[in-house]
Design a protein around this ligand. Structure first.
Ligand code: 6PG
Length: 214
């Protein structure tokens, strides 16, 4: 590591809680200047929208800590999605060291949805797991909202991957994936892995409640 720590953040409720705790309890305990924040995915909305993943991080973490503006690489959700996926890929290529032709983040933080999606890779868009691009445009299956997401290959090339999940509604899908039940590969999150044990799951009691080995 060259002193810079490159982290890709997710949106959603669980990171929101983490950001609040980081702001309240770790504000003065972390050398924020060493951290460089990118996003795993973004909803195609302006940054001040209540749905913006960047906006959520800004409100709950970034504005509360001493992090230089140049350490923050947001996805422009307000831009034309296809063009933004290309330009965000270029930003990542320029700034993140690569291996096996793909960028290597130091840490990628992920969530998982009840339907097994992770990042903005949904069960009806499994092709994004194998895409050779760094970032792709995807679509939320119910709302049709466009998203920009890192591809599965970029995620799996990360040094460390932390899944954060909370709540009873996630318990079934999490047990399926962690216990590799027979259909676990139908979930995008079931395809996430690192080569050397860098994958960790952080669950609250409810999200872990269907696991046999508790
Ligand atoms: C997003 C995400 C998404 C999220 C999961 C879990 O923008 O929605 O990055 O992949 O991590 O949907 O979200 P919750 O923590 O809100 O359940």
């Amino acid at each position: 590591m060259n002193g810079k720590i490159n982290i890709a953040l997710s949106g959603g409720k669980t990171p929101e809680l983490l950001f609040t705790v980081l702001s309240a309890e770790y504000k003065n305990k972390i050398n924020w200047g060493k951290l460089f924040f990118y996003w795993v995915d973004e909803r195609c909305v302006p940054p001040d929208s209540a749905e913006s993943n960047f906006g959520m991080a800004e409100k709950n973490l970034l504005r509360n800590i001493a992090i230089p503006a140049e350490n923050i690489y947001r996805i422009s959700g307000e831009a034309a999605p296809e063009a933004e996926a290309v330009s965000y890929s270029e930003i990542i290529k320029r700034n993140i060291p690569s291996q096996n032709d793909f960028p290597v983040f130091d840490l990628i933080m992920l969530g998982v949805g009840e339907d097994g999606h992770t990042a903005s890779i949904f069960p009806d868009q499994m092709n994004l797991l194998k895409s050779d691009k760094i970032a792709e445009v995807s679509k939320h299956p119910q709302s049709g909202q466009k998203r920009i997401t890192l591809s599965g290959k970029v995620i799996n090339n990360s040094d460390r991957i932390f899944f954060l999940a909370s709540g009873k509604n996630k318990a079934d899908v999490i047990a399926n994936i962690l216990e590799k039940k027979e259909d676990y590969l139908k979930y995008p999150a079931g395809h996430i892995e690192t080569s050397d044990g860098g994958l960790k799951w952080y669950l609250d009691k409810e999200a872990a409640s269907e696991l046999k080995t508790l």
